[in-house]
Design a protein around this ligand. Structure first.
Ligand code: MN
Length: 262
């Protein structure tokens, strides 16, 4: 494609997005004309009738020292790192309900990772840790579900882990709890039970990078935008679930989530 053609296409796309003349005769607030619909992803905001529109899901890896060691790395030498899940992997888990979570295809070793999730209502680049919490609008409890066998196999082959982390329903989470109500969560128990038995039990203050530091680090690599959410890493003792297992996720200060693997 020539530069000129490409520029023309980009301008046409921009005009469409802006509801301009290229879009044809329709009112400025009409949705763009598309041959089919793609569902946007929203998370309900607790205590309101509003929905939080999700732009990107960032996840941090190896952000608790003991989990980093159980995954085979040395937290004193290898800093945490980021990856993403697709936005439409979100599965909403209302408080007080048990949500059916489909066991995914291709895996024989399906793992839970319980995590604090932070949701941003403001963006920025090169945000300092001191400014970072101004971007954080809300928190919730989330599961970074992982096809561990596929993740490991790809890692062993030095290929991207995408297939282990980024699949349908891979991101169950609760309604967002605004920080204006629950505060900024920096310490408190994070506990995952499977069928009533405690499997993961740690404290948010054991994170290597705090939520503020994660926002700051991420903003060096990407321009953060409103609608971005961050899975802040899991503590040690990740492990498998099978069909029929019920997972209870708890973080002090937030409503629990409950998911049944089906
Ligand atoms: Mn994780």
């Amino acid at each position: 494609m020539t530069t000129t053609t490409r520029r023309g296409l980009l301008q046409a796309a921009a005009a469409l997005a802006a509801g301009g003349a290229a879009a044809g005769a329709r009112s400025a607030d009409a949705p763009p004309r598309t041959p089919f619909a793609v569902a946007p992803t929203y998370i309900p905001i607790a205590g309101t009738d509003q929905l939080f529109p999700v732009r990107r899901i960032y996840c941090i890896g190896r952000n608790y020292a003991a989990h980093s060691r159980e995954m085979g790395s040395d937290p004193t030498r290898e800093p945490p790192f980021f990856f993403q899940k697709p936005t439409d992997a979100i599965q909403i888990v209302p408080a007080g309900e048990t949500v059916d979570h489909p066991y995914p295809t291709l895996t024989k070793n399906y793992h839970y990772e319980l995590e604090l999730v932070a949701a941003l209502s403001k963006g920025g680049r090169n945000v300092t840790p001191e400014q970072a919490l101004d971007l954080v609008y809300a928190y919730t409890v989330g599961l970074d579900m992982t096809r561990r066998d596929l993740q490991r196999a790809m890692g062993d082959e030095k290929k991207p882990w995408e297939i282990g982390k980024s699949f349908d329903h891979a991101a169950p989470l609760g309604y967002l709890q605004p920080a204006a109500k629950v505060g900024h969560l920096k310490e408190g128990a994070i506990v995952l039970k499977v069928n009533g038995q405690v499997k993961q039990s740690a404290n948010l203050n054991q994170m290597i990078w705090s939520v503020a530091e994660q926002v700051s680090k991420l903003s060096e690599a990407f321009e953060l935008m409103p609608g971005d959410i961050i899975y802040s890493g899991t503590p040690e003792n990740v492990g498998p679930v099978v069909r029929g297992d019920v997972m209870d996720g708890h973080i002090d200060g937030l409503p629990d989530i409950r998911v049944r693997v089906v």
